[in-house]
Design a protein around this ligand. Sequence first.
Ligand SMILES: [Zn+2]
Ligand SMILES: [Zn+2]
Length: 363
Amino acid sequence: MDDCGLSQGRLGTLGRMRAVSVIPGQENSLYLDTNAPEPDPDEGPVLVEAIAVGICGTDREVIAGEYGEAPPGAKRLILGHESLGRVLEDPTRTFAPGDLVAGIVRHPDPVPCPNCAAGEWDMCRNGRFTEHGIKARHGFARDRWRVQPDHAIRLAPTLDAVGVLLEPTSVVAKAWEHIERIGERARWTPRTALVTGAGPIGLLAALLGVQRGLEVHVLDRATAGPKPALAARLGAVYHHRGVPDLDLEPDVALECTGAPTVVLDVMEKIGPNGIACLTGVSSGGRRIALDAGHLNRQLVLENNVIFGTVNANRRHWRQAADALLQADIRWLDDLITRRVPLDRYPDAYTSPGNDVKAVLEFG
Ligand SMILES: [Zn+2]
Ligand SMILES: [Zn+2]
C-alpha cells in the first residue's frame, strides 16, 4: 500500500472506467460509457470502488427524458443515486481502505437556504439543491466515485450484500422520524400502522414499523410474486383488497403507491389523531371526484395530519444504517429480487414486473 491506501495493482486499473450514462432530456439515451474519465478530485477526497447501485422509478424517469439534469457545463449525466461501495483511499482518514460506504444523494443548495444551512437539505426551501445521478451532479453508477467524507455513510461489513438498500431506507427513516415528531404534539401511543404499496419503499417502511413494535398491515394489489411472503416474514399482515375494505383504523399510514384513489382512501381510513404520511410521487393529470367537505370535516374532528415527505438528510441516513443492521439480512437480501451484472445493464432498467428491487452489480 502507498500513502493514499491504494495498492499498485489497483493503481494499474485506474485511468478510464465504465459509467452508466444518459443525455438528460433525451428519451432513451441510456448508454454505457466504457471510456469515462476517473472521478474529478473536486467531487471529494474519498475515492470509492462501486459494488452496486439500486434502480428505482426515478432512474426510469431520467432515462425517459422526463427528469434529470447534467452537471454544469456537461451534456451527459452519470446515473445512480442508490449506492454501495468500498473505500479505496481517504487522505482525511475519516474512512479506512476497505470500509463499506454509501454516498448521500442530495447536496445543499449554494445559497444556502435556512434549512440547507442547518444540514436539513431534505427540506430545501429554494429547490436549488443538487442530487447525485439526478440533478446537476454525476451519480454512482460508475466503477469509481468520489465524495466528501461528510457525504458518505459507513455501513457494517455484514451489510456488504444488502447495503445498497441504504438510500431507500433513509427515505423511510425520515418518514418515520417526522411521523413521530408530529405524533408527539400530544400523548402518542400508536398501535397500528398501514402501509399501502409493497414495493421497496413500502416494505422498508413496514420493516421500520415492525422495529418500532407496531402491528403493521401491508396492502398491495399483488397476490402472487414475492411481496405477500416478504410482508408475512416481517410479521406484518398482508392485504390485497382495497383500503375501504380493511377492518381497521390505523394510527399511522404510510402511503407508498402515489395512486390518487389509494391516497384519498388512506386519508379517509386513518383513525382519531391519525397521521398519514405520503411518499408516492403521482404523475397527475387524472381527476377523481372528492367530497372535500366530508374530508375536511373528518380531518378537523379527528385531529388528523396528512403530510408529504421526500429525500433524507445525514441524520436519517444514520438512522437507516442502524435499521438495516437490526434487520434480518436474509430478508433484506430477498427484497433484492434481481441482481444484474454491469455488462447486461439495460436489463436492470426494464419495468419491474414481479420485481421488488433490481440492483446493478459492478465488480
Ligand atoms: Zn431511488
Ligand atoms: Zn436549500
